[in-house]
Design a protein around this ligand. Sequence first.
Ligand SMILES: N[C@@H](CCC(=O)N[C@@H](CS)C(=O)NCC(=O)O)C(=O)O
Length: 213
Amino acid sequence: MIIHGVNASPFVRKVIVALAVKGLDYELNPVMPIGVSDEYKQKSPLGKIPCLEDGDYLLPDSSCIIQYLEALQPEPALYPSDPKQRGRALWYEEYADTKLVETVGPVFFERVVKKQIMKAEPDEERAAKVIAEDVPPVFDYLEGEVPDSGDGIVGGRFSIADIALGSGLVNARHGGLTVDAARWPRLAAYAAAVHGNPYFKPIIEQETAQLGG
Ligand SMILES: N[C@@H](CCC(=O)N[C@@H](CS)C(=O)NCC(=O)O)C(=O)O
């Protein structure tokens, strides 16, 4: 199985964590999501990463790919079987993939993509404004949703919701945006639990080393 994309993408990371949970082997083909080739667009029509290639089967989009992995290897399950819990898990995945990633994205872009990868001058004023104004409502919402302890936001069990939320929070963390435990104690504890679990921890350590520490 080949995953096209780079692991600093929150969407690629979702797939890598899901593969780790399922214990499935894969090869990462490092496609950068900028100026992708026409050949890549044949595989991933929106030109985005990740895209999965499994033999002659091609599938773009992290959410679609993880659904495929779940059907391929149902255990351990990443989607709750209870209807209401499953609906909540999909909602948190959607919230993470849209609002959370869009909100922390500029911080990651300025401080990691521009500064560490492109070796360009980051717009620190932009990053600071996002942290001061845009991030708090998102963290306030999540503070009211996350569990008291542990890494399972839905029914206390690790699921697709934690993969998606945890992945978005990794990009925040790479950008120096850790959750302030004085202001959002539950979210800070949740982030620490998710990022410390055996699926996320080695992946974060590897990425941190790749990004220079
Ligand atoms: N809904 C997609 C989003 C994927 C996505 O936006 N990936 C970004 C990289 S983090 C990308 O490829 N952007 C390039 C572009 O939008 O052209 C998924 O879940 O896989």
